[in-house]
Write a protein that binds this ligand. Structure first.
Ligand code: NDP
Length: 243
């Protein structure tokens, strides 16, 4: 069964690399018009623009840092002006950080919380006026939110907060036809270089004995963005190869 999002308007934060890029390309390939944002310029931005030109629909790349509230205002304004509204919002932008807890400083705590959690709160709240009778919000969480992991107390707290935000908003926004869910990746192969030892360790932790691919996260996002999941809200889908 193929998924069509023809006529839908989508915002994906952090879409120029990694998982976000896979989500942008999958939504566009399914027929949605997509706005995405990023922080750093480079060939990865230009190559995504080229790839999107080959796909149907209207797509826009906006330089905006979601840890800066004024940038979020500008990003949402771009969605209104360029797309004329929103049906799908994917809060994907995130930063990972590894710090022993006794060395974790307030600035690093704030940086990780601002990008991984506060940005989602602001993006959802500011998107509300752009939604019609129905909408789907998908928050990219993490499997670590439920299992925990050392050296990432701040990241884990942010992702667990995202799950809590999702469960609360599903109740508050459901009556307005807005569904909101989490996709929680396990370990996904992105551009981050892993040593052979760490790679083998991660692979051995999964039932499928391999890392996930970005298109496999995008598949879960596509499902949650589409009417196929029309009665699902407040849920977390773990996409982790059976960790
Ligand atoms: P990457 O670092 O590969 O890509 C992150 C993307 O988000 C980039 O396009 C980056 O843009 C953008 N981004 C980061 N911070 C900001 C910001 N403040 N404002 C705007 N854009 C931003 O990350 P992944 O693809 O690995 O991760 C994507 C999401 O998936 C994150 O939320 C992460 O926590 C989650 N996740 C990832 C896992 C994995 O194994 N990879 C596992 C579990 C969860 P730029 O390059 O310009 O900075």
């Amino acid at each position: 069964m193929s998924i069509s999002l023809a006529g839908k308007k989508a915002l994906v934060t952090g879409g120029t690399r990694g998982i976000g890029r896979g989500i942008v390309l999958a939504l566009a390939a399914a027929g949605a018009d997509v706005v995405t944002c990023y922080r750093s310029e480079g060939e990865h931005v230009e190559s995504l623009a080229r790839e999107l030109k080959e796909l149907p629909g209207e797509h826009h790349l906006v330089r905006a840092d979601v840890s800066v509230p004024a940038d979020i205002d500008r990003l949402i304004e771009e969605c209104q002006v360029r797309l004329g509204g929103l049906d799908i919002v994917v809060n994907n932008a995130g930063v990972i950080s590894h710090v022993p807890f006794d060395k974790l400083e307030a600035g690093e705590w704030a940086r990780v919380l601002d990008t991984n959690l506060t940005a989602a709160y602001l993006v959802i709240q500011k998107s509300l006026p752009l939604f019609g009778d129905s909408a789907s919000v998908i928050n990219v969480g993490s499997r670590v939110a439920t299992v925990g992991i050392p050296l990432r107390a701040h990241y884990t707290a942010a992702k667990a907060g995202l799950a809590g935000l999702t469960r609360s908003l599903c109740k508050e926004l459901g009556p307005r036809g807005i569904r909101i869910n989490v996709v929680a990746p396990g370990v996904i192969a992105t551009e981050a270089e892993l040593t052979p030892e760490i790679l083998a360790k991660y692979e051995s932790m999964t039932a499928l004995r391999r890392l996930g691919r970005t298109d496999e996260i995008a598949g879960a996002v596509l499902f949650l963005a589409s009417d196929l999941s029309g009665y699902i809200t407040g849920e977390t889908i773990n996409v982790d190869g059976g960790i």
